[in-house]
Design a protein around this ligand. Structure first.
Ligand SMILES: [Zn+2]
Ligand SMILES: [Zn+2]
Length: 173
């Protein structure tokens, strides 16, 4: 299994490295990093000043070289009527996307002993593992510590861990 990471726009080396390391540690997969892509035409919504998450998924599916292809972007994403999303994937699909735009914001998640850079990287790792989990067929999990827990705010992202709980792990093996 190869997971290809598709950077769209200016993604930091730290974010790419965090994404790659997390995927290798949680899934039994190889990871590659694709060439930097520009934002897909038509993705920008000037009324919302945000980008359509689905366009990034389509781009990842088109240019990706893996069985799974995940776009990572610094741009702020929206999906339908939700104000923003950290990421998006279709269940059992091949493509997905994560935005780092809102992952650097502070929260009271209890990580006062960690640097802002470490907190950001932890969140990138969790969101990448989460979206790829959906493409493996995993749905949201009620376990707050499980990476598949639905986490619409960074506080919830900080509470969960980057690993699959035992039940989710069983589902993909
Ligand atoms: Zn989800
Ligand atoms: Zn779980």
């Amino acid at each position: 299994m190869l997971v290809d990471i598709v950077p769209v726009g200016s993604v930091s080396p730290e974010a790419k490295r965090a994404a790659s390391a997390a995927l290798r540690s949680v899934y039994d997969c190889e990871v590659s990093i694709n060439d930097v892509q520009s934002v897909p035409g038509g993705a920008y919504d000037s009324g919302r000043n945000q980008y359509c998450a689905e366009s990034f998924i389509q781009l990842a599916e088109r240019v990706g070289r893996g069985e799974k292809n995940i776009a990572i972007t610094p741009h702020d994403l929206f999906y339908r009527r939700r104000n923003y999303v950290f990421g998006l994937a279709y269940l059992d699909g091949s493509g997905s996307v994560v935005s780092t735009y809102r992952l650097g914001t502070s929260s009271d998640g209890g990580f006062s002993n960690k640097s802002a850079a470490d907190i950001f990287e932890d969140r990138v790792r969790k969101e990448i593992v989460h979206e790829v989990g959906h493409t493996y067929g995993l749905e949201h999990c009620d376990n707050q510590r499980c990476v598949m827990n639905f986490s619409p705010t960074v506080r919830e992202v900080d509470i969960k861990e980057e690993n699959l709980c035992g039940s989710c792990r069983e589902l993909i093996e």
